[in-house]
Design a protein around this ligand. Structure first.
Ligand code: ATP
Ligand code: MG
Length: 278
């Protein structure tokens, strides 16, 4: 889906190329609920009393200046910080109604429920097929015809099937950056996660590949709860239903993207989206 034309007047004044944001839909029950979340790297507190609910079947974007805590927020949602001894989260994070911060949580299972895509495409050193089949073989013991069909449908959902169907056995690293990123998205969704996290997924891509990845996200919106961090404000406006602005570890405000980009409530959000700082 191409972004539609004509920005509203006030938005046009701010950033001429920002298209009309998706209207907020009736977003249904929350998939992710975060209450009183604080996060620490040793002594340094990098998330401060975060409270929010993120809906299923929608795209939530997080924006904010470098170092404000966007990646840290994603690292909490899949417990990646747990790999490091001096990093800790306090508060409550529920995904699908289940606590993910507790010590009883099966972190390996959580990573199947919560997929992650990084800024730099990270294909494994193996074929396109094996990249996408990786989690299915490892966690699901899926083989044979079922495996083939799951790989194909993940590649189709990630809008990359037509480009790779004749080179499924080529090394994943031989694809273009934009293709690699969509294979990584296919790999993440192949195991049918509940939530898909993407940390600046197009920052390393050219404009055409960026558009392809954005189209992929639009197509996936119906099936997943997608959380994307981006420095590209036009991108947040184009793809997301909801946008949250973070600043110095705080969630300053979150709301329908159309509202955040046209009439933010907080002065700091306004300053950021109009380019006065950040
Ligand atoms: N491994 C770490 N150890 C110590 N401090 C860290 C670590 N990772 C991040 N921080 C600090 O936590 C804060 C938030 O960092 P984070 O990476 O979440 O920011 P960000 O919003 O993703 O920034 P960027 O837009 O540059 O990616 C920063 O002050 C950063 O220096
Ligand atoms: Mg970051």
């Amino acid at each position: 889906m191409m972004p539609s034309a004509k920005p509203p007047k006030h938005l046009k004044m701010r950033a001429p190329h920002v298209p009309v944001p998706e209207p907020a839909r009736d977003l249904g029950p929350p998939k992710i609920e975060i209450r009183s979340l604080n996060f620490y790297y040793g002594e340094l507190q990098s998330l401060r009393n975060i409270n929010m609910s993120l809906a299923d079947h929608s795209i939530s974007a997080f924006i904010g200046p470098s170092g404000c805590g966007k990646s840290t927020l994603l690292r909490v949602l899949n417990r990646m910080y747990g790999l490091y001894p001096n990093q800790r989260a306090e508060g409550e994070v529920l995904i699908g109604g289940r606590d993910i911060l507790g010590s009883a949580v099966d972190v390996a299972e959580l990573r199947y429920r919560v997929g992650m895509v990084f800024q730099k495409p990270t294909p494994f050193p193996m074929s396109v097929f094996d990249n996408v089949a990786f989690g299915l073989r490892l966690g699901g013991g899926i083989r044979g015809a079922e495996l083939k069909s799951r790989v194909e449908s993940a590649l189709r959902d990630a809008a990359i099937w037509d480009e790779v169907k004749d080179k499924l056995h080529a090394d994943g690293r031989s694809l273009s950056g934009g293709q690699q990123q969509r294979v990584c998205i296919a790999r993440a969704i192949a195991v049918k996660p509940e939530v898909l996290l993407l940390d600046e997924p197009t920052a390393a891509l050219d404009p055409i590949s960026t558009l392809r990845v954005e189209e992929t996200l639009q197509a996936l919106r119906e099936k997943y709860c997608i959380v994307v961090v981006t420095h590209n404000l036009q991108q947040a406006a184009r793809v997301s239903n909801v946008t949250g602005f973070m600043f110095m570890g705080e969630l300053v405000e979150i709301g329908p993207s159309s509202q955040i980009f046209t009439s933010p409530k907080d002065r700091r959000t306004d300053d950021y989206i109009t380019g006065r700082f950040g």
